[in-house]
Design a binder for this molecule. Sequence first.
Ligand code: S3P
Length: 432
Amino acid sequence: MDWTSRPAGPLNGVVRVPGDKSVSHRAMMLGALAEGVSHIHGFLEGEDTRATAAVMQQLGVRIDALANGERVVHGVGLHGLRAAAAALDCGNAGTGMRLLTGLLAGQAFDSTLVGDESLSRRPMRRVTDPLAKMGARIDSQEGLPPLHVHGGQPLRGIRYTLPVASAQVKSALLLAGLYAEGETEVIEPHPTRDYTERMLAAFGWPIEFSPGRAKLSGGHALRATDVRVPADFSSAAFFLVAASIVPGAELRLPAVGLNPRRTGLLQALRLMGADIRVENKGESGGEPVGDLVVRYAPLHGIELPEALVPDMIDEFPALFVAAAVAEGVTVVSGAAELRVKESDRLASMAAGLQALGVRIEERPDGATIHGGPIGGGSIDSHGDHRIAMSFAVAGLVAGGPIRIGDCANVATSFPGFMELANGCGFDLGVVP
Ligand code: S3P
């Protein structure tokens, strides 16, 4: 499915983005392992998180879907899952597969995890190596999915320092740690999102954590609880950039999750001169939330502080569009992880922006983007949801229409993106 994004604007109105993907995956997994019935409010109805729900159902968990985003998870307890009859399909979701690998390593039965073409190219040794140190047995071909996770392996806790900052790897180890004898401790080179830690605590599991460090021991129980999922900052990101670059724009994004480990783009855009205010600050399900109010402001290029990279790891495609429109040069470094996301995001963005006449120099761990006019043209999203949505944003200010190839995967993280975008002033359509 290809899209066309045409120059449009100004953008106005209130944009309610769907629930957080990271929180939705975790709520589904912990609800399934808990004792009792958990309600999830605002569950992301995306393909990634629905795949995780389907996996938990295959493992014997009853999940009722009430209305849009309302799920009732009938937890089976830590040892209540049962073997699935078939392979467990994580679709496009790296988070789903990596967290499930840790969770399944502690079960009494074998499981096989598979994914789509993109997920089948993503590195899994970063989870299988430390899990093997804990005693897990996981087979793969050259560290790529499918993963065959052997059950019945006694796990023991380890102290592990992550070589790369990754919340997925940290979370996989903590989930395996629920089943391990002794303490599991994870130390990060730079703090990453701490949803697993916060949610384990909310489900009553004793855990010690502080930025960059988490420690728990096995042998406790999870107690069912209700989870309120905040709106996904990463989905809000496209509208933050869109309103920042379209003259006359003003958008309000209500009740967006503002966990500091997610909001690096807010800081980056402000350094570039963006006008973004946070209003109605509050808390939802233990997470800071607030309304983001964003107005057009002329942007200028920056040298992005490397310390911000992990806090905006999913927002680089959107940032690159802001940088392409900004006056002057933006330099990104320390971001080699972008090469192992749903696509190689440094390569996908560089190729796409070049096709639109933007000057960009790609480096192994980043890029230098020269701001200036963006032309119309054709680009390939490489089946990557965030690349597709970023070029939809670029189309707003391009010299002509941008045709974006292969947009179906937008539904993995942001169902209804096109309707919301067109509702506030985009001119986005499906190519017949
Ligand atoms: C996620 C962690 C990040 C992020 C992904 C979601 C999570 O991945 O890119 O979209 O929910 O833990 P890494 O752990 O690979 O950095």
